[in-house]
Design a protein around this ligand. Structure first.
Ligand code: PLP
Length: 374
């Protein structure tokens, strides 16, 4: 479909992705680089983003689940892919067949992978996950001796290649004390593994975007940024990002469907929550709604960029459309382009109005919205 005929689309600037990649790489010059492309690359399109990262030299990619990993392999991506989530044990054979790297933290999955690898005469590559305080996935034992023993037991299974070990920070965008506590637990466990069991891992990693930017000491053998690659800070107060000038990769755009002159006191949209003033006014209808990823929570709150200015959203956001207010001077016609967020309007700002974070706005851009790569 031609751009001129698209109702709503997401423009993806791969040149900005490249800029962000180089900027982050320069922050961690001595570490390998894993690009997090889970959740369809935070809404940007997993395959084109993974291909670009691979071409730029990223050593690793990470996804949330087996399906996402398979999508990339089927598209010809050859870089190592780490599956961050737990894979159900019956699917262990597919992990081995795909040549994926699986996160492990329980004997059950480790054994299933070991067994599947044995049957195939292959090795299953794993990264062990340690829970140092995120309380999500990982071997949970804050006593480094016990944790090390449990890690060692997993890694000793036949036909497993324990290439890496990692942990995940809960608050690297704000709480230095807690981040350092987690980091220390991780280092103590690594230390114990080496001293007591003689086990060293080739790839030790823990730094998400916030830690890449804020805590160089945590970079270790590999960094693992997600949101910063897409040009967004994990948090407004991310001090380490100064001078980095990350560039937003996605701009969400829509094309004016109609321009209407509404009489005075006319209500607008479902529930009649907004009423035009006594003089009436001009309104543009945009063919983007919550089914495209424009959160309904932005009803009567957000604004869009259209004809050189911000235009406030009037009344409720509908499933497929929303209405914005035009002033007298605005020169707007059907077919004109509006930006919902992106280079003109930071996703951060819209996220705050919607009571959420930029991550969610990016991921919410629905499959109905074509991605246009530049
Ligand atoms: C999502 C995720 C990341 C990336 O986090 P960002 O805040 O987007 O940089 C890193 N590691 C793990 C385990 C994740 O789940």
């Amino acid at each position: 479909m031609k751009l001129e005929t698209m109702r709503t689309w997401a423009e993806i600037r791969l040149d900005h992705l490249e800029h962000n990649y180089r900027a982050l790489r320069a922050c961690a010059p001595n570490s390998r680089f894993l690009g997090v492309v889970k959740a369809n690359a935070y809404g940007h399109g997993a395959v084109p983003v993974a291909r670009k990262l691979e071409q730029l030299g990223a050593e690793y990619l990470a996804v949330a689940c087996l399906n996402e990993a398979m999508e990339l392999r089927q598209a010809g991506v050859r870089a190592p892919i780490l599956i961050l989530g737990a894979t159900p044990e019956p699917l262990a054979g597919m992990v081995v067949d795909g040549g994926f790297t699986q996160t492990v933290f329980t004997p059950g999955l480790a054994q299933a992978l070991s067994q599947a690898a044995l049957e195939r005469g292959r090795r299953a590559r794993v990264h062990v996950k340690v829970d140092t305080g995120m309380s999500r996935l990982g071997l949970l034992d804050h006593d480094p001796r016990q944790a090390a023993q449990a890690v060692q037991a997993l890694c000793a299974l036949p036909n497993l290649e324990a290439e890496g070990i990692f942990t995940h920070f809960a608050a690297a965008d704000g709480d230095e004390g807690y981040t350092m506590l987690q980091f220390t637990r991780f280092l103590d466990t690594l230390d114990e593994l080496e001293r007591r069991w003689g086990r060293k891992f080739e790839i030790r990693h823990c730094a998400n975007s916030a830690a890449v930017l804020n805590y160089p000491c945590t970079h270790l053998d590999m960094v693992r940024p997600g949101v910063a690659l897409y040009g967004h800070l994990p948090d407004q107060g991310c001090g380490g990002a100064e001078g980095l000038e990350l560039r937003a990769v996605m701009s969400l755009k829509s094309r004016v469907a109609a321009v209407r002159q509404l009489p005075g006191d006319t209500p607008v949209s479902y529930g009649c929550t907004h009423k035009m003033g006594p003089q009436g006014g001009r309104v543009a209808v945009l063919p983007i709604g919550y089914a495209d990823g424009l959160h309904r929570a932005l009803s009567g709150k957000g604004s869009v960029w259209l004809a050189g200015a911000r235009r406030p959203i009037l009344g409720r956001v509908c499933m497929d459309m929303c209405m914005v207010l035009l002033d007298e001077q605005a020169q707007v016609a059907p077919g004109d382009e509006a930006e919902i967020f992106g280079e003109r309007l930071p996703a951060e700002e819209l996220a705050q109005l919607a009571g959420t974070i930029q991550y969610e706005l990016l991921c919410a851009v629905s499959p109905r919205v074509p991605r246009v790569y530049r």
